[in-house]
Design a binder for this molecule. Structure first.
Ligand code: GTP
Ligand code: ZN
Length: 370
C-alpha cells in the first residue's frame, strides 16, 4: 500500500522540507547536494571538515573544489572584497581549510574568484544552519551523487521569506513572573533561527491603542546567567517590570542568539573579544556583517496578536524601521538602558558608534563602577 502524503503537508512545501533536512545535515557535519540548473555541487561546512571527508571528496575528483568565504572574512585574510569569493582547493587539506576558515592570523596566498550562485547559496545554507559561514564546495555533473540529501539552490535562497510566511501560533498559557503577576506566554513556530519564538504578554494591554512592545533577541549568557559582557538581562527584566507597572505590553523573545549568528559563533566572537577585538570586528573576522537579524517576522507576530500601533522599547534604529516596514504604526520609541559595567561599556560604545544605537554614553560612562 502506498501512503498518500499530500494531506500531511509534505508535498505542498517540498522545497522547505528539503532545506530543513539540509540544515540538519550540515550541522551534523555531512555533505549536502545543492542542485541548480544543469549542475550540482556538494557542500560541507568548513568547521566540521575532517580528513575522512577530504578523502571521500577527493575520490569524487577534487579538481575544482573550493573554499567559499564571505567578504568580511576575505578582508580579514588580506584579500579585501565587497562580495563573497572562493579560493581553489587543489588539495583537500583539512588543516589548511580550518586555518583559512577560522584562524585569526591566517593569510590568503592564492587568487580569489568571485562567488558563483552555488557559492552564494552554500553560504546562505550555512548561515541558516548557524554554523561558521565558510563552505567547502565541489561542483559535480548534475545528479552524479547518491546518498546525500538534495536541496535546490532557489529553495535555499527563498527559505527566509518562507519562514516569515509560515509563522504561526502553536501554544499559549499563563506563566506568572516575579514582579509581573499576570503574564501569558504565546509560542510561535517559524520566523528565524532553528527554534521557536515566544511572545510574553504582560498584563492586559489595550490592543485598540498604542501597545508597549519590546523585540528582544535571545542572549543565553546575559538573559539567563547575568553575564557582565552585555546589558541584555537587565533590559529584559526592566522592560517586563515597566510593562507590568504601566498599562501592560508585549515582549517578543526572538530566537536570534548572538545577533542571529548562533551561540557557537557568538562564543567564537567572544574568544576574539578576549584578545582585544570589539564586538563588530570580532564578528567580521569570522565572516559576519554588522547584524544578521531580520525583524519582519516580529511585526507579523504582533499582527497575529492583534496589535496595530506600538510604543517600542529599544535603542536600535533597525528594530524601529523594521516594525514600520512591517506595517505597524510606531508612535513612540523609548530607551532601554541596562546597568553599565566595566566589562560592557566598550560593547555599548561600539553599538552606539558603529551601529547607530541611541545610547547616551556620557551618562552611562558616569555610572560605570570603579
Ligand atoms: N555576535 C554577537 N552577539 C552579541 C554580542 N553581545 C551580545 N550579543 C547578542 O546581541 C543581541 C542583543 O539583542 P537585543 O538586546 O535584543 O538587541 P539590540 O540590538 O542591542 O537592541 P536594543 O537592546 O533593543 O537596543 C543578542 O542576540 C545577544 O546574544 C557580541 O559580542 N557578539
Ligand atoms: Zn547579551
Amino acid at each position: 500500500m502506498t501512503l498518500a502524503i499530500d494531506g500531511l503537508g509534505l508535498a505542498r512545501a517540498s522545497g522547505e522540507i528539503a532545506v530543513e533536512r539540509a540544515l540538519a545535515e550540515v550541522r551534523a557535519g555531512r555533505a549536502v547536494l545543492l542542485e541548480g540548473p544543469g549542475a550540482a555541487a556538494l557542500v560541507m561546512a568548513a568547521e566540521t571538515f575532517e580528513a575522512v571527508a577530504a578523502d571521500a571528496l577527493g575520490a569524487l575528483g577534487a579538481g575544482d573544489a573550493r573554499l567559499v568565504l564571505p567578504a568580511p572574512r576575505l578582508t580579514r585574510l588580506g584579500a579585501a572584497r565587497e562580495k563573497s569569493g572562493s579560493v581553489a582547493l587543489p588539495r583537500l587539506d583539512a588543516s589548511r581549510i580550518a586555518h583559512l576558515a577560522l584562524s585569526i592570523d591566517a593569510h590568503i596566498d592564492a587568487p580569489v574568484a568571485p562567488a558563483s550562485d552555488f557559492d552564494a547559496a552554500a553560504l546562505e545554507l550555512l548561515r541558516l544552519a548557524l554554523v561558521l559561514p565558510a563552505a567547502v564546495v565541489l561542483t559535480l555533473p548534475a545528479a552524479a551523487t547518491e546518498g546525500a540529501v538534495r536541496v535546490r539552490l532557489e529553495d535555499v535562497m527563498a527559505y527566509r521569506a518562507t519562514q516569515v510566511a509560515q509563522l504561526r501560533m502553536v501554544g499559549r498559557a499563563p506563566v506568572p513572573l516575579e514582579g509581573a503577576g499576570e503574564t501569558e506566554f504565546v509560542v510561535f513556530r517559524g520566523g528565524e533561527g532553528l527554534r521557536d519564538q515566544v511572545a510574553i504578554v504582560v498584563g492586559r494591554p489595550d490592543l485598540s491603542g498604542p501597545v508597549a512592545v519590546r523585540l528582544h533577541s535571545a542572549c543565553l549568557t546575559g538573559d539567563l546567567f547575568g553575564s557582565l559582557k552585555c546589558d541584555c538581562g537587565d533590559q529584559l527584566r526592566d522592560t517586563v517590570h515597566r510593562m507590568a507597572e504601566g498599562q501592560g505590553g508585549i515582549l517578543l523573545y526572538l530566537d536570534q542568539e548572538g545577533r542571529g549568528n548562533g551561540i557557537s559563533n557568538k562564543m567564537r566572537a567572544y574568544a576574539l573579544q578576549a584578545q582585544g577585538f570589539d564586538t563588530f570586528d570580532a564578528d567580521a573576522a569570522l565572516g559576519f556583517g554588522l547584524d544578521q537579524r531580520r525583524f519582519d517576522f516580529a511585526a507579523e507576530m504582533l499582527r497575529q496578536l492583534g496589535v496595530r500601533t506600538v510604543r517600542v522599547f529599544t535603542n536600535n534604529p533597525l528594530k524601529i524601521a523594521a516594525l514600520k516596514a512591517g506595517g505597524l504604526d510606531v508612535v513612540a520609541d523609548q530607551r532601554v538602558l541596562g546597568r553599565p559595567t566595566a566589562e560592557n561599556v566598550r560593547y555599548l560604545a561600539s553599538k552606539r558608534d558603529r551601529a547607530g544605537h541611541y545610547i547616551d554614553f556620557d551618562s552611562l560612562a558616569a555610572r560605570v563602577p570603579d
